[in-house]
Write a protein that binds this ligand. Structure first.
Ligand code: HEC
Ligand code: HEC
Length: 430
């Protein structure tokens, strides 16, 4: 399942794309013909102006309640487009939003390669399963704007635990007065300049208020907010974010050799370790995920503030679909850039960041069902934790027992798998 449309595919011009979007704007339904929109999204993604604009928005801290947080605050390119704060990664792993003390309940996954995920759908393959979407639980399906990452990009600005603005109109207003507003108008036209945002929109927005607009102004705001989502996704779909420049990519293109141990790791990844059953390595530019969902029986992160304060147990896809059969399953993440970081400081792994090293992750796959269950007195910082015992799964239902848990890998084989995972960082050799 590693197929994906080439990034440069572009048969439909930006004009046609605009027409489609305008045709789809208004109240309900906004854009119904998702299949027709997919090539148009590719056209937008081929426009360097749109990509530059999307990047400017991605890094703009003004688009948050306290002007202190951008998308990049939780998705830093130097950290493989995931969380850049070692002190957070080593503990709760969930990030604070614009408002002090307002934390999310999951670890930020990589925002790179996310546009390649198909629209969430059911397939008969493999006895029937869900594929695609964005977020650990797939709830950014892609059905609104035609790409899961575009749907996703509309969430954070208004999420009280993230950028925390109270009104789409605030996001659009700050874009309209930004240093890059000229670029916005050249990609999307002048409509946003015609909106009357009222007397002092900045103060209202920074105080957490909503703006009162005319019906016509509101319609332009709704359209501009869709355009912002699509534009961010066009950056996320760009070559810069989907670089395919890891050592592994160079190896696949016959431009680099893997060391003996890296090669051993790759063959374990495809063979005895069973990793490629979910983290696909087929094809020329493999994505290291098949966008399916699984419950690996990962333990809860005892330092997740949502667990501590609300007893939050993550239902994953099952919670979104309200389906017991999917309870506890989360999306298979790409392993691209899984080790990427600018310093040797801590990154964390899995939807809740419970694991703090790749060694721990691989040891878990290898021994989950072999070691004893840790008693409640064993803390995550104890030497036994994850070495001679594992805590019980966060979610007991639907744990995958057939593809992991007792792989029979030797310590040297575990180490070789980790060495291979380190070949997946973009920017190799540069
Ligand atoms: C406060 C931290 C934070 C901020 C700010 C933030 N994100 Fe995220 N992001 C997360 C977390 C946490 C998740 C996973 C949430 C979930 O699965 O429920 C996530 C998920 C994603 C995903 C899904 C990736 C996948 O493979 O499913 C993408 C893409 C993404 N964010 C992009 C963005 C963009 C674009 C912005 C700015 C508009 C942004 N994020 C702002 C924390 C953040
Ligand atoms: C049955 C499907 C499946 C198999 C087989 C599998 N994985 Fe995973 N992998 C997942 C899922 C699902 C997650 C996310 C789990 C979670 O967050 O609870 C994941 C997460 C990871 C992560 C953490 C990534 C991150 O960004 O947090 C790493 C590293 C990883 N897998 C490596 C491997 C390796 C190495 C193997 C082989 C030894 C392997 N996986 C086998 C499905 C699989």
């Amino acid at each position: 399942m590693a197929s994906h449309a080439p990034l440069s595919m572009s048969s439909v011009g930006l004009g046609a794309f605009l027409l489609l979007l305008v045709a789809g704007c208004g109240n309900e339904p906004r854009i119904t013909d998702v299949d027709a929109l997919a090539p148009a999204f590719d056209a937008l993604s081929a426009s360097t102006d749109a990509i530059d604009l999307g990047k400017a928005i991605f890094f703009d801290t003004d688009l948050s309640l306290n002007a202190n947080q951008s998308c990049a605050s939780c998705h830093d390119p130097q950290w493989g487009f995931t969380g850049p704060l070692p002190a957070i990664n080593a503990h709760g792993s969930v990030y604070e939003g614009s408002v002090t003390g307002a934390f999310g309940n999951r670890k930020p996954p990589s925002a790179a390669y996310a546009t390649q995920s198909p629209i969430l759908h059911w397939t008969r393959q493999g006895g029937g399963l869900w594929l695609g979407g964005n977020f650990w639980d797939g709830r950014a399906t892609g059905e609104i704007l035609g790409n899961p990452a575009a749907d996703q990009a509309q969430g954070p600005f208004l999420n009280p635990r993230e950028q925390a603005l109270a009104d789409k109109a605030c996001v659009v207003y700050f874009v309209s007065v930004s240093t890059y507003s000229g670029l916005f108008r050249s990609v999307w036209g002048d409509a946003i300049s015609t909106v009357d945002f009222g007397a002092d929109p900045a103060s209202t927005c920074r105080a957490g208020g909503t703006l009162s607009l005319s019906a016509a102004g509101r319609a332009i705001v709704d359209q501009a907010y869709d355009q912002i989502g699509l534009t961010i996704a066009s950056y996320e779909a760009s070559q810069e974010v989907n670089a395919f420049t890891s050592k592994f990519d160079a190896y696949l293109r016959h431009q680099a050799r893997l060391t003996r141990v890296e090669k051993q790791g790759l063959s374990l990844f495809k063979g005895k370790g069973k990793c490629s059953r979910c983290h696909s390595v087929n094809g020329r530019d493999p994505l290291l995920t098949d966008y399916s969902y699984d419950n690996l029986g990962v333990p809860a992160n005892p330092e997740n503030p949502a667990l501590i304060s609300e007893g939050f147990i993550d239902p994953g896809l099952g919670g979104f679909l309200e389906d017991e059969d999917e309870w506890g399953k989360v999306k298979v993440p790409t392993l691209r850039n899984v080790d990427k970081r600018p310093t040797p400081d801590t990154k964390s792994y899995m939807h809740n960041g419970v694991f703090r090293s790749l060694e721990q992750v691989v040891h878990f796959y290898n021994t989950r069902d072999v070691l004893s269950v840790c008693g409640p007195d064993v803390s995550r910082d104890d030497a036994q934790w994850g070495v001679t015992c594992w805590p019980p799964p966060e979610v007991e239902q639907n744990v995958n027992r057939s593809e992991l848990g007792d792989l029979g890998l030797s310590p040297q084989e575990e180490a070789a798998l980790v060495v291979f995972l380190k070949t997946l960082s973009d920017g190799w050799g540069s």
